[in-house]
Design a protein around this ligand. Structure first.
Ligand code: RIB
Ligand code: CA
Length: 324
């Protein structure tokens, strides 16, 4: 008997890699996307809503899109138009034909969807502002959510916005700190997993182009700015897709080749290391010499599953199947 599809909520700051991740979920037979909630990040909130609505239409899907936080909890919004383009999708003029507005906001949608679907899986592809606010609105959220895959962080490695921090956690470090101090069963998919051989090479790009499908062509075109920006940022050629990699690990957990559980803290006080994801890989937090620094985390949180390595060919095969 075919198992019932898993219920999924996607929280996103819809720019070019987010859009490809949305396509992967909307085209997957393994999950039923119950809601897409938008948070300001890569682009301002309204643009993120528009980009998500366009992507849902492109997939001929009927999934409600809810508007969430316009700004981080305690800081001004810092967008990433330098990377994804002004509209977040490479500035090619994409617009949804039927921009449907929902009556409730993203925070209420997260809470209502979790209450209606105990065991719900959540994947976050942007700053954690919406999720932090949902935790405040519904403190029992961790019992209702079976798994929360977070695209973000730079576990024991360099970030992409500062040497210490990856963009999603850097934009709203207070929200990230709140989420990582909750009992949510978190899995961290850091920026480092989307680099090097995981980047779409010219051959991979040619394989997607050869599909000649609307989804494949859109995925390449909307990432045109990101491709150039990624080379400027890292010197690496190709299209780097952090959110689709997080989505791949959400959809097919067996693609993870190495993952271990560790207490994790997010820095929110220092400007130098704002948004840093401190992963206790050597379990020093259990040593009484470090007890004071880790007491709040060990008391309020559970260890986060850190994904350290992934089946790269498997990730790329899943992506291509989604775009076929
Ligand atoms: O650092 C990469 C992350 O920040 C991705 O989610 C990208 O879309 C941006 O939100
Ligand atoms: Ca994103």
């Amino acid at each position: 008997m075919t198992p019932a599809p898993r219920k999924l909520l996607i929280d996103t700051d819809t720019a070019s890699d987010d859009a490809v991740a949305l396509i992967m979920a909307l085209r997957s037979p393994a999950v039923s996307v119950e809601a897409i909630t938008i948070v300001a990040g890569n682009v301002p909130l309204r643009q993120g809503v528009s980009n998500a609505l366009y992507t849902v239409e492109l997939c001929h899907a009927k999934v409600p899109v809810y508007a969430g936080a316009e700004v981080p909890l305690h800081r001004p919004l810092e967008v990433a138009d330098w990377f994804h383009g002004k509209d977040g999708l490479g500035d090619h003029g994409y617009r949804p034909a039927h921009p449907v507005e929902q009556k409730i906001d993203a925070i209420e949608a997260i809470v209502a969807t979790a209450r209606a679907n105990p065991g719900l899986e959540i994947v976050t592809l942007g700053p954690l502002t919406n999720l932090a606010l949902a935790l405040e609105r519904e403190p029992s959220l961790p019992e209702l959510v079976s798994r929360c895959v977070v695209m973000g962080g730079a576990p024991c490695c360099e970030g992409n916005v500062t040497p210490a921090a990856e963009f999603n956690l850097w934009v709203d470090p207070e929200a990230a700190r709140r989420v990582f101090l909750s009992k949510l069963k978190l899995e961290l998919v850091g920026w480092q997993l989307s680099r090097f051989d995981a980047v779409l090479s010219e051959n991979d790009i040619a394989e997607i182009a050869a599909l000649n499908t609307a989804l494949g062509n859109f995925s390449l075109e909307c990432n045109s700015t990101a491709k150039a920006a990624y080379f400027t940022q890292t010197g690496e050629h190709g299209i780097s897709l952090p959110d689709p990699i997080a989505m791949a690990l959400l959809l097919q957990p067996e693609l993870s080749l190495e993952a271990t559980d560790h207490y994790t803290q997010i820095e929110a006080r220092s400007e130098l290391t704002r948004g840093m994801s401190l992963v206790d890989r050597l379990n020093v937090s259990g040593d009484e010499r470090n007890a004071a620094m880790w007491a709040e985390t060990r008391e309020n949180a559970v260890p986060t599953k850190i994904h350290w390595a992934m089946d790269v060919p498997g990730w790329k095969q899943l992506l291509i199947e989604s775009l076929r």
